[in-house]
Ligand binder design. Sequence first.
Ligand SMILES: NC(=O)c1ccc[n+]([C@@H]2O[C@H](COP(=O)([O-])OP(=O)(O)OC[C@H]3O[C@@H](n4cnc5c(N)ncnc54)[C@H](O)[C@@H]3O)[C@@H](O)[C@H]2O)c1
Length: 378
Amino acid sequence: MPKKIRLGIIGGGGDSLIGVLHRVASFINDNYEIVGAVFNPDYEHNIAFAKEIDVPTNRIYKDFDTLIEEELKLPEDERIQVCSVLTPNFLHFPMAKKLLDNGFHVICEKPMTMDYEEAKILQEAHRNSGKVFALTHTYTGYPMVRQMREMIKNGELGKIHKVDARYYQGWINTVIHDKEKRSSVWRLDPTKAGISSCMGDIGVHAFNMVEFTTGLQVKSLLCDFNYLYEDNQMDVDGTVLIRMGEHVKGVIRGSQVATGEENGLAIAIYGEKGALRWEQEKPNFLYKMSDTEPVQIYKPGHAYNSELSLGASKMPPGHPEGIFDSMANIYLGAAKAIRGEQYNDGEFPTMEDGVRGMNFIEGTVASHKQGNVWVEMD
Ligand SMILES: NC(=O)c1ccc[n+]([C@@H]2O[C@H](COP(=O)([O-])OP(=O)(O)OC[C@H]3O[C@@H](n4cnc5c(N)ncnc54)[C@H](O)[C@@H]3O)[C@@H](O)[C@H]2O)c1
């Protein structure tokens, strides 16, 4: 067994939503050890949380800059090798850039940056660094999503002509209708979340899934947002028409006010010979449909799946794997890259996915603001 990769965590404290997912995911395949962190901007909370989860407190730092400064003083074989950036969005760019500039690998939450311009600057910093950068578009880690990608790549659907991705949540419905509440959520604050709430937070996952599974790129889009209230500057719902080719069209639908919906990410890809449909809330079932045969259901772990899919399953068929396993697969891919081992394309989302995502988010905002017009993506 090779030595564990020394992992640092920024954000993701006990008060966070996503921290536990990353900690458990990093642990699942025995590749990482958390050796340092700034879990929280408040030092007391930071230390208390480290004690709670049994991370040694000698490398729990008061802030991000101190973490970099102190870690650089350590010999290379003790120093943090990779940092996971799990803070609210506005901190992703400055933190990821400083990490790359100082020779650390980076695992970063989405949306990668606040805007497209920052994304391109980060891409340049990444190129110059020679370090690994993994973006945690969590859902690409599911075995059946990876299977979908490989089946489409192998031509099983024939020519693709229709794409439908939707990501529906309802939780903002519980805050948006109260003036005070809606001004207290960072996801609705443009200085912390960026230019978009719904498309930036969840629409971008759906966009990434569309490009990940089809291997095609969105070329142009037209977006219609709903903000619900005059004093709310951030979209909480949006429908985006997309064109991926002259005869490849579709829709990305996102909502944070789809009352009663939980984490309703679903994607369907339709081609001349067949179609594939997958839903995040039932991740172990991939439906293959055709006009001439009964529906087939693909499940994880069976030998009929592709190498990319099988590499994402740890248990024999029939043992359901979920969101923790999916994120763990992204950490696994990143670990291979950090160790300089062989890995397959698609084992973790990359800087290029992050740049595309920011291009998409900015495009949706531009399209809506210009009066729901078609906008070209780069
Ligand atoms: N990949 C996914 O499926 C997924 C799901 C949820 C959230 N996210 C992303 O993860 C990020 C965090 O989201 P969340 O819901 O966990 O947010 P959150 O508000 O629940 O938690 C943010 C954490 O960052 C900490 N933090 C804030 N400022 C900090 C600083 N300067 N230094 C160190 N720590 C700091 C907070 O104390 C808190 O622990 C966001 O960018 C979000 O878009 C991704």
